[in-house]
Design a protein around this ligand. Structure first.
Ligand code: COA
Length: 186
């Protein structure tokens, strides 16, 4: 069990903080939206309790210090816009995997750049409780918005992992993007 306090972050327009059970409905709306799942290697939600399970999973990951997921909220209205965060970090290889999704109502307004840029700054900063050397992202080759977002944040394309993920009843190639600490700080 981790004794860490959940780090709340702020950007110009956004508040990034811990998800609560009150977020179950907007979270379900996101993960049951076919537009979100079109290029995202997750299964589409069919029942609201899948949102409860996801919130519990995010909580357990934070409590075991194996990952962190923030709610992305509009700072002035408090409206839940989506989530972003990191998985798979450990003290041995000093790397983490970034993930994110935003309600389709809010796409194209720069919110993902603002939120994901902020959590990347945070994980590479001295405020983070251990030294991170590398952040990576795996995306479906069709996911142009995500690819553009990663490039604009300074990630480099590192290659294609063939048949890397099983999703939507088939095996899919995944594109690997990565950014190193010294590239981020440049
Ligand atoms: C990927 C996602 C988070 C981007 O969110 P967003 O808030 O629309 O992104 P932004 O507005 O910050 O834009 C980021 C960049 O992507 C570009 N972009 C946004 N939507 C785009 C689209 N539909 N097609 C092409 N480029 C797009 C923007 O122009 C911007 O590039 P720029 O900085 O060079 O102008 C959003 O599309 C999403 O939630 N998708 C579904 C879930 C998903 O695929 N998650 C990632 C899994 S790896």
């Amino acid at each position: 069990m981790s004794n860490l306090e959940f780090p709340t972050l702020e950007t110009t327009r956004l508040l990034l903080n811990r998800l609560t059970t009150d977020d179950r409905e907007p979270l379900f709306a996101i993960f049951s939206d076919p537009d979100i799942i079109e290029h995202y290697d997750v299964e589409r939600f069919k029942k609201i309790n899948e949102a409860d399970q996801l919130i519990a999973y995010f909580d357990a990951r934070f409590d075991s210090d194996t990952g962190i997921r923030w709610a992305i909220r509009d700072k002035s209205s408090g409206v839940f816009l989506g989530t972003c965060g990191f998985t798979h970090w450990n003290e041995f290889d000093h790397s983490a995997v970034v993930g994110y999704e935003l309600s389709s109502h809010f796409w194209g307004k720069g919110y993902a750049s603002e939120a994901v840029g902020t959590i990347i700054n945070f994980i590479f900063s001295d405020d983070f409780h251990f030294y991170v050397h590398r952040v990576e992202a795996l995306i479906l080759p069709s996911n142009q918005p995500s690819e553009k977002l990663l490039k604009s944040l300074g990630f480099s394309f590192e290659g294609t992992l063939r048949g890397k993920c099983y999703w939507n009843s088939g095996f899919h190639d995944m594109k690997m993007y990565g950014i190193l600490r010294n590239e981020h700080l440049k």
